[in-house]
Design a protein around this ligand. Structure first.
Ligand code: COA
Ligand code: MG
Length: 259
């Protein structure tokens, strides 16, 4: 018997931007990168961010970074009533960015970008990890052998070929959202935890004994966005009672209008 799945799926996106963060509520912002003119937004970046922007070889990667980081500044600035250009970020030893100083306590966030989209998760009080991937044609079983746990490999091999792509990306984004939630990225051993693969059941995560210190209780939520994309969110158990999802629209930001 399947458990109800609905509460662990985010699929309704609104165009009404929120005014503030709400206790117990996590917000996800969806940004369509090609719709945002980079030239109108990249002035928000710090000197360090601008120099990183210049290092990208491909225009798409450059816009993806510049737009998502500038949008992050605008969104955080709006929630925290701070000048978006003056926000400072610090990085943990694995590269996870966070707000600096006192603001860190007010708001946590995580960003992911792939193809034409970026997702930003923001909420008070707890760390989170988000991942979006444009689903490409790949050697799914070969990659699974390399990156997935034994149990995940067994489950993915059971899938019919028509479900393989979605199954692979479901596991991939759920795993990546977890390693981003704990902030370790790929330094966390990917084979030492399992995520479930079945899209009809409430998603589960099982941390192996070797990593029991991280077994503090986690929830996975699937994020339904455009076809061809797969996305997941990982948050601590019972920290957020509500998840809201918004489309990012540059015109709705007062800071931009005032310039
Ligand atoms: N923990 C959490 N978030 C991190 C992070 C960390 N250690 N390091 C960086 N980030 C954030 C940053 O905001 C970054 O955005 P920015 O570059 O605009 O600042 C964002 O995560 C990048 O995430 P995403 O767009 O999903 O990139 P990615 O899929 O290429 O990589 C990591 C994300 C952090 C996991 C990276 O370590 C990596 O190289 N991944 C390769 C993909 C992979 O093998 N995944 C395994 C899945 S089974
Ligand atoms: Mg990713």
């Amino acid at each position: 018997m399947f458990q109800k799945k609905k509460e662990h799926t985010v699929s309704e996106w609104t165009n009404d931007p929120p005014k503030e963060l709400v206790p117990g509520c996590l917000d996800i912002w969806r940004i369509h990168i090609p719709s945002i003119p980079v030239g109108e937004i990249e002035f928000l970046l710090s000197a360090q961010e601008k120099s990183r922007t210049e290092k990208y070889k491909f225009d798409n990667d450059r816009s993806s970074y510049a737009v998502s980081r500038s949008a992050l500044r605008l969104i955080l600035g709006k929630y925290l009533k701070e000048n978006p250009q003056k926000l400072n970020f610090s990085y943990n030893s694995y590269g996870k960015p966070a707000l600096d100083s006192l603001l860190k306590r007010k708001s946590h966030f995580n960003v992911s970008h792939s193809g034409e989209f970026a997702l930003i998760a923001i909420g008070p009080d707890a760390e989170m990890g988000i991942d979006i991937e444009l689903m490409r044609e790949l050697d799914y079983l070969g990659l699974a052998e390399h990156f997935f746990s034994f149990r995940e490999q067994t489950e993915i091999k059971r899938l019919g070929s028509e479900f393989l792509k979605k199954g692979f990306y479901t596991v991939w984004t759920r795993k990546e959202a977890f390693i981003k939630a704990i902030g370790m990225g790929l330094s966390f051993p990917l084979k030492e935890f399992d995520v479930s693969i079945n899209l009809r059941e409430i998603p589960q995560i099982r941390i192996h004994k070797s990593q029991s210190v991280f077994d503090t209780g986690w929830e996975i939520h699937d994020i339904v966005t455009e076809n061809q994309y797969c996305a997941s969110l990982v948050i601590p158990d019972n920290k957020f009672t509500k998840i809201r999802a918004f489309n990012f629209n540059l015109k709705q930001f007062e800071y931009i209008k005032a310039i």
